[in-house]
Design a binder for this molecule. Sequence first.
Ligand SMILES: [Mn+2]
Length: 361
Amino acid sequence: MPTNHRVADVINSFALARLNALLRDIKRISICCHARPDGDAIGSSLGLGNLLVALGYEVRCIAPNRAPAHIAWPEGASTLLYSFEDEGGDVKPFLASSELIFCLDFNALSRLDEPMMLFVEALTAPRVMVDHHPYPAAQFDLYFSMPESSSTCELLTELLLANWGQTAISRRVAIPLYMGLMTDTGSFSYSCSRKRTFEIAGILVEQGVNVPDVQAQVYNSRTLDSLMLQSALILQHTTFFAGRPGKELAAIVQLSQAVQEQFRYQPGDAEGLANLPLCVGSVQISVLLTERSNGTVRVSARSSKRYSINKLLTQYFNGGGHPQASGGTLRMPLHEAYEYTRQIFLQFLERKPSNSELLES
Ligand SMILES: [Mn+2]
């Protein structure tokens, strides 16, 4: 895992001065987020995009892949949001002629996935990273990195407050930022929610966010297929293991290509699925294995506060992330990925000294 020591881990006046110098006398700005964008990636992109448009810049938010509908609704999405894979709105010429590139919610260019990564890597415009994942790569010109921040949207709001003040956060800036804050924290339920997260949420509400409306747009806008997919996966394609019968400690959900076809799977349909087994009292670790059409398997792992899994994901799954929410990729068929994952987590759970504490409960 590459590390970098020039990283500014707080929003200090030196970093802000550099940002403002980069923004001076330029016109065209691209905002990029990670592949298979989530609420935090799209929310931070649109929040910053709407603010920069209000300041007079020409802006495009470019995600590697198309954003699912449940997160692509905030104002600004229809005019600013494009995907590299669709190549709509001349994204390549726009990117190539951008004078500044914001990189939001990712810490290494590889998170753009190959076609877009290779394209962006070759550009000479300065890159400003704003992200809450630990260990950023040495691929950016300016860093706003804060791993203790719940989400990129929390950190970005902090940055906007520090540089432009609360009045610059209009309703159309606040709504997407709140969406990302809400989705990355599981509606403020995950361990990443801290005092400052609620303060930031309060500021966004003060700027005009309608809380139940955002909640409904994101979570009550699913298709029947996606609900049926989720139900079928839990009923037929989830294995609970480790611990004692009835008190299993771990779960693996397998989302095969066949099941994806059966339920007309769309990106976003599995939203929240990796977390779902954690709602069982005994379950401390949950893994979603998604079979991709290119033959690889996407690994999405979640854990309770008792276990930190990001190092394990780096070591065994070509990935990484947050202590309680990490991802990776396996280059093997799904059934092998399942066996491999089960073995790794069985060993991990057996090795943990905190197991004794678990047996008592
Ligand atoms: Mn995030």
